[in-house]
Design a binder for this molecule. Sequence first.
Ligand SMILES: NC(=O)c1ccc[n+]([C@@H]2O[C@H](COP(=O)([O-])OP(=O)(O)OC[C@H]3O[C@@H](n4cnc5c(N)ncnc54)[C@H](O)[C@@H]3O)[C@@H](O)[C@H]2O)c1
Ligand SMILES: [Zn+2]
Length: 365
Amino acid sequence: VSSVRVELGARSYDVVIGPGARHELAALLPHGVQRAAIVTQKGLAGPEGAIDIDPGLDHTVIEVPRGERAKSLATLESVARSFALFGLTRSDVVIAVGGGLVTDLAGFAAATWHRGTPVVHVATTLLAQVDAAIGGKTGVNLPEGKNLVGAFWQPHAVICDTELLASLPGAEWRSGRGEVAKYEFIGAGELSGLVLEDQVRACVALKAEVVSKDEQESGRRMVLNYGHTLAHALEALGLAGDAGDLTDAGDSSPLAASAQRFLRHGEAVAVGLCFAGRLARALGRIGDDRVAQHDAVVARYELAGELPAGADRDLLIAHMRRDKKSKGDLTFMLDGPNGVEPVRGVDPAVVGSVLDEMSKEARRR
Ligand SMILES: NC(=O)c1ccc[n+]([C@@H]2O[C@H](COP(=O)([O-])OP(=O)(O)OC[C@H]3O[C@@H](n4cnc5c(N)ncnc54)[C@H](O)[C@@H]3O)[C@@H](O)[C@H]2O)c1
Ligand SMILES: [Zn+2]
């Protein structure tokens, strides 16, 4: 077990990483706290859960439903009411035990509870360990879009216990690996050969560095978005996203009927990485070898870089114009001689031809 410091002045904190790191929880809580509210999901933590979490003080366990739809203002209200019932004060602590859904939701609940109560994240998915639990972005979704209501609220500490990942379903592993692959292109170097704990630590260290330079995403933090512009568009088209969305849609959904391969977020990022490589080449920023490297890295993480069938290029482009990086134009984070950086005003015709090229490649396989 080792730790990485996220340097943010008075709001600096440690991310404790490694097998068994969960046993450090009690020692990581803010000094003098009396009570804790654990926010988690059914079957994760708590008495009958798989994950043994012991804050070592008086606590209550609040379970929230699974699926991106539960990351809502309605769930936030029910969590806040459970805090009230328990009598949580701002000198107590919120402990989030779960994936990115739980850390985003519980983090936001903590940010707003009594105008700010400390939160400690115990990240239980690979994606949350390498990404979501670090950096202080919290929030919930609206029917109109993801993460539209939220706040920056840095945790007091983060625990990335790699033992907790043992029960993770395959799709969640793949999703996390897509983000790990992303880190290879934004400065982490080759990670696929490392043991899990070291992979997580390298990703956390890079994210920590980026966040401490640009806490509120005014510039440098955008590199964390590499591969995400297309990924978000695939999610908007219903080809990727949260597994819960698919389950909730029921068997009558067109997606279930077509047996369309549904990508988890990080799997869509993997497609986005291969796309970003091709787009950078089309714009003369990188050569064939670097494109091949994108494909090779994605393959090494046992992910597919192909555009899923049914991905309509014009709809994808329309969604990518609405990306938060762009101002009505097409803006991408792209590799080049200076590494990954934002590229604005990309010609939609070039984007279209890269998407067409990817569709053709996918059909050839
Ligand atoms: N704040 C940020 O910077 C940031 C960054 C990336 C993603 N996110 C957010 O994170 C969310 C996605 O997070 P996620 O991919 O972790 O999904 P998730 O939290 O929905 O977890 C995926 C599934 O795995 C289950 N699960 C969690 N831990 C488990 C374990 N140890 N064993 C077995 N099952 C387990 C969950 O119950 C859930 O069903 C999205 O809402 C996204 O917006 C936030
Ligand atoms: Zn992501």
